[in-house]
Each structure stands twice: as C-alpha cells, then as structure tokens.
Design a protein around this ligand. Structure first.
Ligand code: NAD
Length: 476
C-alpha cells in the first residue's frame, strides 16, 4: 500500500470515527435531557414552539435567501409553502395543544366496574427527523413542531442537497431552541448512516422510497418505529364536461410551483376521452398567465436542484410531443414548464416519479379505464380529479387508494392542519400535521384505575364454579 493511500485511509477512518462519535454524543446528550423530564411539561413545549415562531418571523429574510440560493425559490412562494406554512402549523398546535394532551376517558364494561379508564399520551423520547431538499425548511420544521409538541428531544438532519437552508437551520435552531433538547446534524449519507446506527425512539423520514427502505431496515435493528413520507406518481384525472380552463390553471399552479419538485404535485394528467386534446391549449394559456411567454425571465419560476436531476429530467423530454415548453439552459439549471402529449403509458417518463416541470398527458377512453390505470400502479401520495360528476367522485373515493384524494385542487389538502398528511403503500407509512403529529410522536398509554375497596373481580378468580361461569358470561 502506498503512503498516500495509507494517509487517505487513515484520514477517512478517523473522519468516519468522528462522525460516529458526534452522532453518539448528540443522541446521548438528548437522551439525558429527556430522562430529566425537562421536555415533558406543556409549558416547555409551548415555549419552544413560540421561540421557533419568533425565529421564523425575525429571520424570514435569512431563510428566504437560503431557499432562493438552494432552489431559486421566489420569496412569496418561500413564505407560503415553507416559512408561513410552518408558522401556521405552530399556531394551530399552540391553539389546540392543551386539548390534545388532555387524557381521554373511555367507557368501562359493566363487569370491570367500578373503575376508570383513560388514554394518556406520553412522549416517546429522542426522535430523528431526516428531511429532503425540495421543501428543505418546511419538511425539517413541520415534523420538528410535532415532535416538540409531543414532548420529545429531537435531532434534525437536513438535506445536504439544499446546503444553504441546511446551514441556516444548523446556525439558527440551536440559538433559538433549547440546545440540550434539539440538535441539528448536517451532512449526507455518512452522517445519516451514523445517526441511524444510534437507537432512537422514532425515526421520521421524508424522501424517496429507496432510502426509505434503508431507514426502515436500520430502525428495525432497534425495533424503532418509523414514519416514511415518500413520493410517487400522483395522477390528475380530468373528465370532459368539467371547467377545463380552471382545471388547467389549478394543475399548472400545483405542478410548476418549485419547478415541479413537489412530492404532492400532479405528476401527469390522466385525461378521459376528448379532454386529452381539449385541455392542451388551456394548459399552455395557464403557463403563459403565470410565468409569461419566457418563464426563464420570470422571478416566480424556480430552478432544478442540481445537474444530476437536470440531466435525468431533460432525458425525459423525448417521451412525447411537446405541446409547450421544452426550453433548456443547463448552466442555469433551467427547464421550462413543459407539457407532453401523446405519451405512451410505458415510456420512461411514466415509469418513475417525474419530480420536475414536465407534465405528460395520458389519454384514456373512459372512467373505467382511468380507475384501472390508477389501481394497476403503486398507490399514489395524492390523487386529484377534476369532474362535475358526483358519481365519478364516489367511484374514485371507493375504488382507488391513495394517501389523499382531492377534487378540484392539487396540493392544497396538506395546508389543512386537521387532515393527516401521509402516504399509503409505496407512497409512505404513517402521517402527520396538527393532532396527527401528536399521534405520530407519542405513545398512547392505556391507564386503568380500579379501586381496591370493593372486589367484584373475585368473580373472575379461580376456583371456577358453574354460578361464576354463568355470571361471567353475562357481565364480561
Ligand atoms: P434527499 O436526496 O434530500 O434525501 C432525503 C434525505 O435522505 C436526506 O436528508 C439525505 O441526506 C438522506 N439520505 C440520502 N441517501 C441516504 C442513504 N443512503 N442513507 C441514509 N440517508 C440518506 O431527497 P430525495 O429523496 O431526493 O427527495 C425527493 C423524494 O422525496 C421524492 O420521491 C419526493 O416525492 C419525496 N418527498 C416526499 C414528501 C412527503 O412529504 N411525502 C415530501 C418531499 C419529498
């Protein structure tokens, strides 16, 4: 072995050791904090949430600048989909937390009375939040809000592919929040792998299904529960007879925000009958209305996160007839909002989640064919439909399965904090937002309180007699 190889190996081994040691020390520190009980009182939880809210308000410009540096995100979109979104989640949580944490009584069967039974939510301990690059602030902080509200210590691991936002979170969170209970560890695969070696009480992962499997396998070694917020191809069914201009405007809004890099974005239009060709001009018009004739000049249109994703996306442009868009600039990682028609259902663009600004239109003859198309594929994170028919809505509700189903509006369901946000099957395991975050980051403990005075339980004690057996069958 040459001297230089030896040096490289020594350095990389000691780097790996340092990463592992950092992960272990951080988790030990947070576990120690949790063990003191500091994170449990609702007052502590609320103080942390208020501090996080204050931070987002005071440092809005810094976070917006980071989001712009990572994704070319417009400041208004950065506010509505990331900063303001998280503030709303905090406000909703602060408003309802006391009620959510209240123990809930449940009825006791006659044979076990007198007694009281309650459901009591308790925090899990130290949880790990691993977040992706596409909404790098919201997807790190919304789970953090839930984890803190439920009374846990939290390690946040932001995405290395959104380095400016990752650095901003690492800089600001320990300054605003209790650093003994909330930590940020930056980095990529080595850092995440080192964290996953540790024993957590819950792992909350948002990202792709391949890494989701790695996360779940690592968590299984410690029997740690996981939430997996994954992606997939979310269809937008469009029926003839619906208001196509409005449908097109909403699809374009949902698809091309963040340059198509949104987990719940409509992935493709599943157009029934004549809607397939009829919607084409409406999509073109809607793109012009929102981003102008040259979207490259629009301050409201984002960029592709990196060259790897840019190259992956541009290779898909030949999978159909370009209705509008298709303009490229690799140096700027710019890919115009693009609509593809006459797309073969087996083309590469239809095999993987697109996760970029390409919108294929896939024609199907009727609703039966649309339902068959959806159910033959992985369960999507969201299913959207634009229809004027109540019967179609009923059929899509009962005959398809998806993380969410939304008629008339893509993406908007996740801004309703009373609705759980999550996938099913390949699109994920578990959900969160609002009270559902408390469910995710808590254990619901069954508590029974039976007075020792009277003892009707004697009926259940051996030795059993015919009379006891008769009574037990009647009252239990
Ligand atoms: P990403 O590359 O940022 O990865 C997500 C996280 O996994 C990062 O923190 C990264 O460091 C970590 N990671 C990557 N490789 C790893 C490995 N080998 N071992 C351990 N950790 C590893 O993001 P991504 O996966 O490209 O995100 C895009 C995907 O996420 C899309 O499929 C999208 O639909 C999905 N997504 C889902 C939601 C949701 O809420 N359901 C939200 C956003 C994105």
């Amino acid at each position: 072995m040459s001297a230089s190889t030896e040096t490289t190996e020594t350095v990389s081994t000691s780097t790996t050791d340092a990463v592992a040691a950092d992960a272990a020390a951080t988790v030990a520190r947070l576990n120690a904090t949790f063990a003191t009980g500091r994170t449990k009182p609702p007052a502590w939880r609320k103080a942390q949430l208020r501090a996080l809210r204050r931070l987002l308000v005071e440092q809005e410009d810094a976070f917006a600048a980071a989001l712009h540096a990572d994704l070319g995100k417009n400041a208004t979109e950065a506010y509505t989909t990331e900063i303001g979104f998280t503030i709303n989640e905090i406000d909703h949580t602060l408003r309802h937390l006391d009620r959510w944490l209240r123990p809930r009584r449940v009825p006791v069967p006659l044979g076990l009375r007198p007694a009281r039974a309650r459901k009591v939510r308790e925090p899990l301990g130290t949880v790990l939040v691993i977040s992706p690059w596409n909404y790098p602030l919201q997807l790190a902080l919304a789970p953090l809000v839930g984890a803190i509200a439920a009374g846990n210590s939290v390690v946040v691991k932001p995405s290395e592919l959104a380095p400016a936002t990752s650095a901003a979170l690492a800089h600001w969170l320990p300054r605003a929040l209790d650093p003994q209970a909330v930590a940020v560890i930056e980095g990529g695969v080595p850092e995440t792998t080192a964290l996953l070696e540790q024993r957590f009480d819950h792992v909350f992962y948002t990202g792709n299904g391949t890494v989701g499997r790695i996360v779940m396998a690592a968590a299984a070694r410690h029997l740690t529960p996981v939430t997996l917020e994954l992606g997939g191809k979310s269809p937008a069914v469009v029926e003839p007879g619906t208001d196509l201009a409005t449908a097109a405007r909403r699809i374009v809004w949902g698809k091309f925000m963040n340059a198509g890099q949104t987990c719940v974005a409509p992935d493709y239009v599943l157009a029934i009958g004549e809607a397939a060709t009829a919607i084409e001009p409406h999509l073109t018009t809607a793109i012009r209305e929102m981003y102008g004739t040259d979207p490259a000049q629009s301050a409201d249109y984002g960029r592709i996160v990196n060259e790897r994703h840019y190259d992956r996306l541009t290779a898909l442009l030949s999978d159909g007839r370009i209705v509008t868009g298709g303009d490229l600039d690799r140096a700027d990682r710019y890919l115009a909002p693009t609509v593809l028609a006459d797309v073969d259902p087996d083309a590469p663009v239809m095999r993987e989640e697109i996760f970029g600004p390409i919108l294929p239109i896939v024609p199907v003859p009727d609703l039966d064919a649309a339902i068959a198309f959806i159910t033959a594929r992985d369960k999507p994170l969201a299913l959207y439909a634009f229809t004027a028919s109540l019967a179609t809505k009923r059929r899509l509700t009962t005959e398809t399965s998806s993380g969410a189903l939304s008629f008339g509006a893509p993406n908007a369901h996740l801004a309703i904090p009373g609705l759980p946000f999550g996938g099913v099957g390949e699109s994920g395991i578990g959900g969160y937002h609002g009270e559902h975050s408390i469910d995710t980051f808590s254990h619901t403990k069954s508590v029974l309180d039976k007075p020792l005075l009277a003892d009707p339980l004697r009926l259940a004690y051996p030795p059993f007699t015919t009379r006891k057996s008769r009574l037990l069958r009647r009252f239990l």
